[in-house]
Design a protein around this ligand. Sequence first.
Ligand SMILES: Cc1cc2nc3c(=O)[nH]c(=O)nc-3n(C[C@H](O)[C@H](O)[C@H](O)COP(=O)(O)OP(=O)(O)OC[C@H]3O[C@@H](n4cnc5c(N)ncnc54)[C@H](O)[C@@H]3O)c2cc1C
Length: 817
Amino acid sequence: MSEKTLPKRARAVVVGGGVIGCSTAYHLAKLGWEDVVLLERKQISCGTTWHAAGLITTLRDTEAQTRMAQYSLQLYSELEAETGQATGFINCGSLQMAASLEKAEEMRRGCAMARTFGVENREVTPAEVKELFPLAYVDDLVAGFYFPDDGRVNPADVAQALAKGARKRGVNIIENCKVTEVLFAGERAVGVQTENGDITAEVVILCPGMWGREVGLSAGVDIPLQAAEHYYLISEPIEGLHNNLPILRDPGRAAYAREEAGKILLGFFEPVAAPWGVDGIPDNFCFDEIQPDWERMEPHLERGMGRLPILLDTGIRQLFCGPESFTPDHNYLMGRAPFKENLYIACGFNSLGILSGGGAGNVMAQWINDGIQPMDIWDVDIRRIQPFHNNKSFVVDRIYESLGIAYQMHWPNRQWDSARNVKQSILHDRLAAAGACFGESAGWERPNWYALTEQKAEYEYDFGRQNWFDNNRAEHMAVREAVGVFEQSSFTKLLIQGRDACSVLNQIATAEIDVMIGNVVYTQFLNRRGGVEADLTITRLAQDCYLLVTAAFTQIHVHAWIHENIPVDAFCLVTDVTGSYAMLSVQGPNSRALLSSISSTDFSNTNFPFGTMKNIEIGYQNAMAIRLSYTGELGWELYVPTEMALPVYDQLIAAGKEHGLKHCGYHTLNTLRIEKAYREWAHDMGPLETLLEAGLGFTAAWDKAGGFIGRDALVAQRDAGVLKRRLVQFLLDDPEPILARNESILREGERVGYTMSSGYAHTLGACAALGYVNHDEGVTPEFITQGRYTIEQANRSYTARASLMPMYDPKSIRTRS
Ligand SMILES: Cc1cc2nc3c(=O)[nH]c(=O)nc-3n(C[C@H](O)[C@H](O)[C@H](O)COP(=O)(O)OP(=O)(O)OC[C@H]3O[C@@H](n4cnc5c(N)ncnc54)[C@H](O)[C@@H]3O)c2cc1C
């Protein structure tokens, strides 16, 4: 292309002409956006899109991912009629196979969840699998699962159809035009520089596929992804094959299959992958393939072909290898770039880009158009990413494992094996010596549970009670009856400082922040729809200084949220001090006596009431003690300068013996907080649930001067009368089962919602869960108490009790004792 044909300005510039870029441009145009320009460095679909296998399977891990896949399926079935460009869409259905009891259980749970989200499916016997796909070997199968609505497409044609639909609506698609830089005015993206000249734009959307990391680095955004070899083989023709054969997905053999023009296409998700283009993708890459590594793939081919034994006697026409980008947590990277304005990202689709492409483009376009996300996509939101994720060695080492994870067992609490020990607390070795079994969150190694001396500190995964169940019970009961210590140094800690710190925070937070020095406030940040964007505590340390504490995995999101809401003329600075303090949370009825034995501070209710902070001394060391509880018991969080944490910990442990002190892990924090119905952001509430629906209206200072972001929406909801959706605590009647999440909740036999999080409530004696109940006529307390509830897991139903108030210590007497 020449400089002359490049427009000087556009309303939106989309970078990348794969399925994601085309879909985003198409949907922006559909929303009425004019002057949208899509820039593609070579040709439409020439990156990864052209060679994808085109499976559109709607059983996904989360609601957001399911909804995006469902949307794609619908869109692709209609695109040809709309654009005249064929997409190869065939509604052939799909079959997922389980060759072990564990996989069958996982599938039954997944299928039940999918039904909750409206994805039709049914379990079938191995014999029925054979009927649906006569060439399949079924003797090793435990069960099959049939999804009649699933389908397949020709991905290159889908991209072309989206491009054609976009062009029809006025999008200017320019090929052979590489974007070399995103242009900024401060933090605001104002256009792009290309090899052929600059374009100014109101919004820039980066959809550069496997080039994402490189493009991100040039724009100052962490986009951690890495290309890897990704394979399928095409057989010689096989007589009698027809294109309505369902797609086969065979996790046990890390393989999938479908008909392809009278042949079989057999694809692989091998457990140990091979990163590709680690030192950079060749500049002239365009519809290219990778030389297949036959030797590495041979065992996988053999295993996969065993599912369709006819392949063992049929020649292989081609072993195709193409690069696809994978991310460190096997989730996409979408949304608004943190700390930037008008810059959006959508890439890193982990071999799910075709099936999510329609939906992802739709979400992106709506987000850009409305300035707010249309659905809760936290699991794929770019704001979950921290700088360490983008460390080259980390990304590459994790990608070996990340590709294959899709087809492996998705055990509850499953941990990554690769790229571990990114962040360790100063107390790590002490905790390991105490028996900690570490789990990873936001790069931190955190004690999830503590093994006994004779036990290995290792997970034995199971869908029922895992090997740490009894350890958890003992830890849980120690906190209820004596005292426990939780090492929580990973928690995000931000200092908000400056003469306008108070007014800035007061605008963002629901609660009154202009409190006395030393007071602690539990509060939320809301978006303008009243949806919950963050859940945190804020302690006033000085007139112009606040300490904000929130979950480790929300570090970037919360920091960016404050940053974006500081008016340009305000004097207010945010500093991340997470690493400067270790945090030990001492919880339980004996916590007062224990802390009194190592500190001269008066920990009595009168001197040190709930929701306050004091600087205390422990031996020669200093700490900030904050009286709070996420356990439902009397307790204090100790924020100790990192360099003083070891001696403080040693004194605590030594003195703890007399008070029944027990090391407690994050699983115990979870079971305690679920029992007390304390919420966790991104689990029990998110941008789509309002403060009132989440049951946290008590934090709102309705009448504070200047209001707060989201107040208007909240007031409208409050004034409209009774809520149609509310978070409710459930307790199973049967003490045996272990719930996870996304299980359907039925009231009087009717589906009213699904579970958000769960944990074994050891004091109450059964598994508890939090979940939303929806009812258009209003979710009143009577509606909750007068219903009979069951919770569905896999193909089982459990009766449950429901309550709007916490079932454990509803009046919070213990935390204030
Ligand atoms: C073997 C194989 C099988 C697969 N099977 C399936 C499947 O069955 N179902 C499914 O859902 N997914 C499948 N996938 C995954 C799917 O193909 C991808 O997730 C999807 O194509 C990614 O789309 P994208 O638009 O993000 O990336 P791409 O298609 O790579 O598009 C990115 C585009 O951006 C352009 N670009 C990059 N940098 C710049 C720049 N600086 N300036 C301008 N343009 C730029 C590139 O040239 C490229 O065209 C498969 C992938 C492989 C490899």
